[in-house]
Design a protein around this ligand. Structure first.
Ligand code: LLP
Length: 434
């Protein structure tokens, strides 16, 4: 559920009229609901009651400092994947001592920084990485806490670009050779074996693959506990959210109306399926949710520039583009598009919703039916809180969008729109061209 709904004709986030935000800060602008994030976090934590759980928010989904601060206040730790993300955690005034460092390509510098900051654990993806972490820890005179990422070879039934738990992915170490990898790790003098990790993919809409993966690796996890005294098992992230029907899914009625078995995963269903499997292991359980915590907490506000009526098609040209929100272009992702000013007396419009970028891939939706909107009016792209701003680029020399956080009736700019001067600040024309 979330906190975006129409009050009369006007789309609100919590108690704030989104059109007011668009007028004040311009567009394209990402807007996030602090209450939605807090609700998602609390619900997930509650659903895992019965096990000792540590939620490490996968900050790649949304790593703006204010959002990180909000998570730190809620008690979250972080799942980070780069030195840059680690620095963000510090800049947000949070600490990394309960956070984990994942990713297949950690550099020596990144490893050293994480060790100096007292990282909770590294999630190791390969044997050469293990050797490198051992080497850096030795230089610093410390022991590096590690867990090995197991690839359980389970099909997550999600988009090919975001499935990670199959044996042909670049991630983790196959279950059948993982025992040997742990043996190898135990021989390194500067490594401390602390846990085991897995992550099978993102935007899962069924608990089945999670259950399958946990069942598949549990015997191995129990063996590791006995042999190496590990104290945690990270089951990764991946809980999916509602993209179609995004606006309606803000209400309890919508969830109640979904037929059992057809509705997307709820944290309660996730917890009910996993807690009985995880509890007997007697370990701390880490979760690394990204999308579930922030996905439905954010929208991207955009202004309609033109309605171009073509011979065979209409094009609604908006001021947001694939550089701001790349998910539709990259994953054929569906984002619901709704007007900020709802007027049910207007006719419906069927159009391709496109941005101004010079390639046909810059298309948010094909043949989408929505209320007729015209130049100067605003629309919101729903469910844009995860992998929206963090995947944005400056393609076509378009500045990074602004970001606003709402809490109740309060709202503040948490990231100013990038200026042209900031955008070119690092660029130089070399003397030999002058
Ligand atoms: N843990 C690990 C090791 C991961 O690789 C990921 C995501 C997560 C946790 C968090 O997954 P989540 O709970 O958000 O599903 N850009 C894509 C999603 C890429 C996910 C990459 N890994 C998208 O926009 O759909």
């Amino acid at each position: 559920m979330h906190h975006f709904r129409y009050v009369g004709q006007h789309l609100h986030c919590e108690s704030v009229d989104l059109a007011e935000v668009a007028r004040l800060y311009g567009t394209p602008t990402y807007v996030y609901s602090a209450a939605t994030i807090a609700d998602n976090y609390t619900r997930l934590a509650k659903s895992l009651q019965g096990v000792d759980v540590q939620i490490c928010y996968a900050m790649k989904a949304n790593s703006t400092l204010a959002i990180l601060r909000h998570f730190a206040n809620l008690g979250a730790a972080f799942d980070l994947v780069s030195g840059g993300e680690l620095r963000r955690v510090l800049s947000a005034g949070a600490d990394v001592k309960r956070s984990v460092f994942a990713g297949v390509g950690k550099t020596e510098e990144e490893i050293a920084l994480a060790l100096q900051q007292g990282i909770f654990s590294f999630h190791v993806e390969s044997e050469p990485e293990m050797a490198r972490i051992n080497h850096v820890a030795g230089k610093l005179g410390v022991k590096a806490p590690i867990a090995i990422r197991i690839n359980p070879d389970v099909d997550a039934h999600t988009h090919a670009k975001i499935t990670t738990g199959k044996s042909d992915n670049k991630f983790g170490i196959p279950l059948k050779v993982a025992g040997a990898a742990y043996e190898a790790a135990s021989k390194y003098p500067n490594l401390h074996i602390k846990g085991v990790q897995m992550h099978i993919g993102s935007q899962l809409t069924d608990v089945g693959p999670f259950v399958e993966a946990v069942k598949k690796v549990s015997p191995f996890v129990a063996e590791l506990k006995a042999k190496h005294g590990i104290d945690y098992f990270s089951v990764g992230g991946g809980i999916g959210i509602v993209y179609r029907d995004a606006l309606a899914s803000g209400s309890q009625e919508w969830w109640d109306a979904q037929l059992a078995g057809q509705r997307p995963i709820t944290p309660e269903a996730y917890g009910a399926a996993l807690v009985p499997l995880l509890k007997p292991l007697g370990l701390k359980i880490l979760l690394e949710p990204g999308r579930f915590l922030v996905g439905n907490s954010g929208v991207l506000l955009s202004r309609v520039e033109y309605l171009k009526r073509g011979q065979s098609k209409n094009f609604l040209i908006v001021d947001a583009a694939m550089n701001d929100l790349v998910r539709p272009a990259m994953y054929d992702a569906f984002h619901e598009v709704v007007p900020l000013h709802r007027d049910t007396s207007r006719p419906a419009l069927v159009a391709d919703i496109v941005g101004p970028i010079c390639e046909s891939g810059d298309c948010f939706a094909k043949d989408r039916s929505l209320q007729q909107v015209g130049e100067g009016e605003y629309v919101a792209f729903m469910s844009a809180g995860a992998y929206g701003y963090t995947m944005a680029s400056r393609y076509n020399t378009r500045s990074m969008a602004a970001e606003v956080l709402i809490k109740g009736s309060a709202f503040e700019l948490i990231n100013a729109r990038e200026t042209y001067d900031a955008l070119i600040a690092g660029e130089r024309v070399p003397a030999f061209l002058k």
